[in-house]
Design a protein around this ligand. Sequence first.
Ligand code: HEC
Ligand code: HEC
Ligand code: HEC
Ligand code: HEC
Length: 451
Amino acid sequence: MPARTVVPALFLLGLPVALGAPWALASEPPDAGPDDALLSALGCGGCHEGLPAPDAARAAAPALGPGAPPLSGDFVFEYLGDPVSRRPEVAPSRMPDFQLSEGERVALARFLGEGNPGPALSAAVGRNPGSDAGVGRALFGALGCAGCHTHADAPEPPGTAPSLAGAADRLRPRWVRGWLDEPGPVRPAHLGGARMPDFRLTEAELDVVTSALTGADGRGGEADPAVPGWMSDGVPEVRAARAERLLETRYACRGCHVVAGRGGAVGPPLDGVAERLLPDFVARMIADPAAARPGSAMPRQPMPPREAEILAAYLLSLDGPWRGPSSETPGRVIPSLGGRAVATTSAADGSVLYATWCAACHGPGGGGDGWNADALTVPPTVHSDPAVLSPRPDDVLYDGIHGGGWVLGRSPLMPAFGEFLTPEQIDALVAQLRTLCECEAPAWSRDGGGG
Ligand code: HEC
Ligand code: HEC
Ligand code: HEC
Ligand code: HEC
């Protein structure tokens, strides 16, 4: 990219802030507003759909790898730990801080660096023997480095960052501002290690970026969103009791989310969610995740509209502050669940489907020992145990996967997948369960009209 694209961004960033008249330059071409210029310079669109193309960031970020000026492994290892500006002329473009672990830095340094490791990297390699160049290459793709840097041998970026199209209808400006200032995990379980890096934005940049995404600068001056009528229907205590009963007897929300202090971590924690999300979006997400968030990894739990509102009102009443899942959540390194997986699992491949949508709770081999299992009050069924599955006809297994645990009179923590997966995919999962248990359905069910 020509350097030309960088100059207006620079100019826009410095000057209007100094004049106290942000972003109102008459000379700016109408199609690239100043917000767009800053977003392009920062490169947000290199990872997120729905934002301006990251042209200016791509022009500013040096090419890496074969054919590019060589970097030593030690330099890459140190630099990734504290990516300071080396080329002030490319500002406001910059290398963001991914807050990488030592092992991740070792792997990336071995993938990107040339020559023999110097003393710093050698010592770190000794502590992280598994972090080889192959892992570094996979990380380069998973983390979205190629959103800004060209690299002759980079894998396809997996595209796990959430789309930010329509962010203004979903996210609270105040939350966005605070979180961009100090990003942490939101939905780690299905991101395969991807994370939002810290751009170390200045206050002025936070104003612009938050406004570009949400229409307000997030300093707290914006009007509170309209309160939907259903939020104030009836007596709050009665509504809360009704919502709790739905969660305990009917819906799988606590299988995947923390609600009122307990539950799984497949989706973001919901306590304090009023601080993060707009009320209307919470209700839409529960009623129909695929419509509220195209490509969403949340399977719709079928329910009448009234119950979606009761649950939404309850969630919005749960006190904040909202806190993301711990970055220690093991789901962070599970590459399978969600995002891109939605697209790639359209095929009815039972083992892929199981790894993607079931293993978090039931375990990769069906041992009932998924990383999310400990958070559940009812242990996930052990699918590898023939004593458990051989008495069950195939159509019972089908119904449980389709309608959720409660249709079988079992724990509602088992989600309903019938509106998320196709009948062919559920058939493939039933076959996969038979593979895991190395057992068959009872003879009577196979002979008769049962299956
Ligand atoms: C290297 C890839 C990458 C870049 C570049 C990037 N992001 Fe992100 N961003 C992510 C990932 C991954 C997430 C999801 C984090 C999670 O859910 O834990 C995310 C999440 C977000 C969210 C929260 C969305 C939600 O629904 O919770 C916002 C807001 C956001 N990014 C804004 C930005 C802005 C503004 C920029 C540019 C300054 C930017 N991002 C640049 C990867 C990136
Ligand atoms: C949002 C855009 C963006 C993303 C995403 C990004 N970088 Fe960078 N990176 C830059 C920019 C811009 C520079 C140059 C900064 C400077 O010199 O001031 C840079 C510099 C670097 C450098 C120093 C190279 C040199 O010659 O000085 C390394 C190494 C690097 N990045 C590695 C990575 C890795 C590894 C990832 C993924 C984990 C990554 N980058 C993701 C924008 C980005
Ligand atoms: C199988 C796991 C699963 C089940 C069951 C589930 N969710 Fe989700 N949920 C997710 C995932 C994954 C996301 C993040 C999806 C995304 O951003 O695309 C999510 C997102 C959400 C969000 C948006 C949160 C945010 O911070 O962006 C809300 C609200 C929500 N779920 C509520 C519910 C409620 C209420 C139920 C029960 C009726 C439920 N979920 C059942 C997995 C699940
Ligand atoms: C959020 C955690 C969670 C996820 C994700 C999940 N399950 Fe379950 N599942 C459970 C729990 C908990 C039970 C135990 C219900 C009980 O024993 O009362 C269960 C029970 C079942 C049963 C009932 C077995 C019986 O006793 O008849 C089947 C079948 C099943 N799961 C299949 C699946 C499949 C297939 C997937 C993936 C598409 C899946 N589950 C995803 C938590 C989960």
